[in-house]
Design a protein. Structure first.
Length: 446
C-alpha cells in the first residue's frame, strides 16, 4: 500500500482533518518518510509544523538540527526546534530523553492540534517485548495506541501498521535523504539489542511475527479500554476533584478493582505508574491509621493521605514562597503562586471575596507559613480559633498549609486566600456610597 494512501486513510479514520499537525522530526529515516508522506497527503502544508528536539547527547546533534531545518525549508514546512538537557535519572538515559522530548513537543500543542510521530510496526513489537521483559500488565502489553489523548491535543502514529522495510523502501524509491544516529547501533540500549538480535531473527523464523504481536497489542488495548470503563464507573461515585481519591469508595471494591481504579486515577493525573510492589504499598498505607506517615513518591509526584482521601502532590514544590509586597492593592493585580493564582479587583463572581480597602499608608503583603498558633476569625465562624484548628476545619492538607497565600495589612491577617476573609475586614454590602472602599479578591487554584 502507498504510504500516502495509508496516511490519508489514517487521517480520515481518526478525524484529523482541520487540526494543526505537529510532526516530531528527528531527521532519521522514519520521521523523514513520515514528513514526506504528510506533505504529499490531503493535508495543506500550512497545517503542518515540524519540531526537532536537540538532546545534545551526540557530537553530531548540531548537524542533525541543521539538516532538519534545511529539509523543512525545501518542503516549505514551518520548522521549530527545542534544546533540552538530559540528566541522569531513575528513568535511565533512554527514558529521560524520551520524557524531555515529549515535554518539548507538548510546548507546541494546543486543544486543536495533534502530535504525529513515526513509530512503525517493528517499533510496536519492540515495545511489547520490552513490556514483557519488565513483567508489565495489560496496559504495558497494549504497547502504543494508534491515537491517544495528551494533556493538550492528541498523539497520532500513522505508520504503526507499516514495517521498517516498507519505510526504508519508500525512502529509497523517492530518493529521500536522512541522517543516521550512531546511537542506534549501541546495543547496550535494550531497544537496540532487540532490534539487532531478536526481532529480525523472529521475523525470519516467523514472517508474520511483528503483525501478530501488533494484533496482541490491539487486543490488550481493548482490554485496557474495558478496564477503564469499569474504573470510570467506580470513580464516578466520589464527589472530590480528580486529584483526590476518596478512600470510602476505594475500600468497597475488590482487590482487582482497587488496583484498577488506582492505576486509572494515576494515569488521569499523569503520574508515573507504580510497580506492583509500589501499588500494594499504596493500598497498605491507605488503610493505615496515620495520615501523616503516608508519602509514596512516583517520579515528580507523590501520593499522600488526609481525612480519608488520597492526594496527588507535586514534589517539585519544595521551597516556601517569599513574602510578596503589594504596592497598590487598588489596582488590577495578578500573582501566580505554587498553589494558585491570586487576582485583585477583577470582575466579581460567586467565588470572589470582598474586603475593605486598607489605608493608603498601610503596608500590604502576601505572607506564607504563618504560625499555627496565630488566632483568626473567619466570617463563617462564631469566634476566634488558632490557624492550626482552622486549617483542619477547612480541610487544608498539612503539606499545603505553608503554601496558602495569606493577605496581611501591617502584619495583621486579612484573608487566608481561597478560604476566608477575616470578620473585621469582610464587607458583603456594596452600594454607590461604599463601592470605592471595597476591593475584590479572586482565587484560582492550580
Amino acid at each position: 500500500m502507498s504510504l500516502v494512501l495509508a496516511v490519508n486513510q489514517f487521517i480520515k479514520q481518526h478525524q484529523l482533518e482541520g487540526r494543526r499537525i505537529v510532526v516530531g522530526l528527528s531527521g532519521g529515516v522514519d520521521s523523514v518518510v513520515l514528513l514526506d508522506a504528510l506533505v504529499k497527503s490531503q493535508l495543506p502544508t500550512a497545517q503542518i509544523i515540524a519540531v526537532h528536539v536537540n538532546h545534545g547527547l551526540s557530537a553530531n546533534a548540531g548537524q542533525w538540527q541543521v539538516f532538519c531545518q534545511q529539509l523543512c525549508a525545501e518542503l516549505s514546512i514551518n520548522y521549530q526546534y527545542e534544546q533540552v538537557t538530559v540528566s541522569p535519572s531513575k528513568l535511565g538515559i533512554e527514558g529521560e530523553a524520551r520524557l524531555q522530548r515529549y515535554q518539548a513537543f507538548e510546548r507546541h500543542l494546543s486543544a486543536d492540534s495533534v502530535l504525529v510521530t513515526a513509530q512503525h510496526l517493528n517499533d510496536q513489537a519492540e515495545t511489547l517485548l520490552l513490556a514483557l521483559k519488565r513483567g508489565s500488565g495489560v496496559l504495558g502489553l497494549a504497547a502504543m495506541a494508534p491515537c491517544n489523548e495528551l494533556k493538550n491535543g492528541l498523539h497520532a502514529r500513522p505508520l504503526l501498521s507499516i514495517t521498517r522495510h516498507e519505510i526504508e523502501q519508500w525512502a529509497t524509491t523517492h530518493h529521500l535523504s536522512w541522517i543516521e544516529d550512531e546511537s542506534n547501533r549501541d546495543q547496550s540500549f535494550d531497544r537496540n539489542y532487540l532490534r539487532h538480535h531478536v526481532i529480525n531473527d523472529l521475523n525470519e523464523r516467523w514472517p508474520s511475527f511483528s503483525q501478530n504481536v501488533a494484533r496482541t497489542a490491539a487486543l490488550c488495548q481493548e482490554a485496557v479500554s474495558l478496564a477503564d470503563e469499569v474504573a470510570k464507573e467506580d470513580f464516578s461515585h466520589q464527589a472530590s476533584s480528580t486529584q483526590q481519591l476518596e478512600l470510602t469508595a476505594l475500600k468497597t471494591l475488590s482487590q482487582a478493582r482497587q488496583n484498577n481504579l488506582l492505576r486509572y486515577w494515576l494515569r488521569l493525573n499523569r503520574v508515573l505508574l507504580p510497580s506492583s510492589k509500589q501499588l500494594a504499598e499504596v493500598i497498605q498505607q491507605a488503610n493505615s491509621a496515620d495520615d501523616s506517615k503516608m508519602k509514596i513518591v512516583l517520579g515528580d509526584k507523590s501520593i499522600r493521605r488526609f481525612q480519608q482521601r488520597l492526594y496527588i502532590v507535586d514534589e517539585s514544590v519544595d521551597a516556601l514562597p517569599q513574602q510578596t509586597i503589594v504596592e497598590d492593592i487598588s489596582k488590577k493585580l495578578t500573582f501566580d503562586f505554587s498553589l494558585g493564582i491570586v487576582k485583585f479587583n477583577e470582575m466579581a463572581s460567586h467565588h470572589s471575596f470582598l474586603f475593605r480597602k486598607p489605608n493608603d499608608e498601610s503596608t500590604v503583603t502576601i505572607e506564607f507559613g504563618l504560625s499555627g498558633s496565630i488566632k483568626a476569625w473567619p466570617s463563617s465562624r462564631d469566634k476566634r480559633r488558632t490557624l492550626k484548628k482552622l486549617w483542619q476545619e477547612f480541610k487544608v492538607p498539612p503539606w499545603e498549609r505553608p503554601l496558602v497565600p495569606c493577605l496581611c495589612v501591617d502584619g495583621e491577617l486579612v484573608a487566608a486566600i481561597g478560604y476566608w476573609v477575616e470578620t473585621e475586614w469582610l464587607d458583603e454590602q456594596v452600594d454607590e456610597n461604599t463601592a470605592a472602599q471595597i476591593l475584590t479578591l479572586n482565587w484560582h487554584k492550580h
